[in-house]
Write a protein that binds this ligand. Sequence first.
Ligand code: ADP
Ligand code: MG
Length: 409
Amino acid sequence: MAGLFEDIGDTLFENKTVLEEEYEPDNILERDDEIEEYRHSLKDVLYGRNPSNVMLYGKAGVGKTAVTTHVLDELQHAAEQQDAADDLYVHRYNCNDETVFSAVRELVNRLLPDHASEFPKRGLSTGNALKELYKQLERVGGTHLVVLDEIDHLEKADSLLYELPRARANDHLEDAKIGIIGISNNYTFRNRLSAKVKDTLQEDEISFPTYDANELRTILHDRAKKALVEDGYDDSAVAKAAALAAQDTGSARQAIDLLRKGTEIAEREDAGTVQDDHIGRAREEVNRGRLRDKIADQSLHARHVLEAVAHIEHDGDTPVRSKKVMATYQQIAEKRGDDPLTTLQSIRNHLEDLQMLGFLIRNEVNQGQSGGRSYTHELDMDPSVVFKRATNSTNKAKSDRSDSAAIIR
Ligand SMILES: Nc1ncnc2c1ncn2[C@@H]1O[C@H](COP(=O)(O)OP(=O)(O)O)[C@@H](O)[C@H]1O
Ligand SMILES: [Mg+2]
């Protein structure tokens, strides 16, 4: 009897983890200038001085996290060799949808001695948590670099960025030194900080531009060599993945995703080598995935409204008026066990948002004599993308929060 896996051909991956999200590259390529700036900002640590605060800006996938990991590993290593340097502690924290309280609490918990019980989740204030943080920092001593990754997702980041840099000036810290490294996908983050905070931070700013096709090609060739079997890919396929990603986002993450997906497609088809065509088709898959992420980022009710339009489109009944969308939406919300929004205006607001975000097309309908504006709606994508939308827990938490706002509105 032929086994289920008998016709599985040779794999094209030598080491697939090299193309996965968690992989930490040994070589950072094409980022010499940014690394040099970083090095300059942090070198005071090696002389036992107060570290500068650093803020990194740049779009998603341009190497901010990877470069930070690399530079801090090197710094840690150098600090161990250097007599003048204090003991160095690096605390990495991803701020994704967190509050200042939970960020400080997490830092406290990581600093607490093994036998100590965790800082309570409830009942104490952010001020209490900060006090405990200073206490623990003093107990441990040395220099602490606190990396706040994706800080633009931290609610009320201002207060933390005001407090921590002033800890020594305010006599909360005497022995311990602290520096903040903030990483933001959003260039406008700094503008939103108050003047008071900017004054306190006095940070060095490092900006990460998007990658061009040549840079992505260098990064991708290096990955391909480690991840794929020899002769498993055409150089032109790697170049194509780099070119497509450069055109689209300038993100190394996207380029790497394209190569991984393209290789999976080639493998599925027993192609023997990864070729341009596989990368082209991978792009369609990656784009669908990105669209699904974007959908998952919407609030709960916005997603139900979108799903309603998708169902109607699927049945061939678009363009459709808001009223009919509302009826379908209410069925969907009820089926999911979510209390539906009850005013037509709230549905119209969601439809308008969804149109602005590029999910829907809206057409104005001539009302004739009666005047007044009226619209019909249709989906600006394949309905199947909406039906298969991604739902991950982080996004869900975010949606739930914005939903309560939508309901109140
Ligand atoms: N200069 C680079 N050299 C090698 N790999 C890189 C480089 N820049 C980014 N990468 C890789 O691309 C992906 C995205 O980079 P990441 O640092 O997570 O981006 P960001 O934090 O800016 O969103 C990661 O897999 C990372 O290893
Ligand atoms: Mg990152």
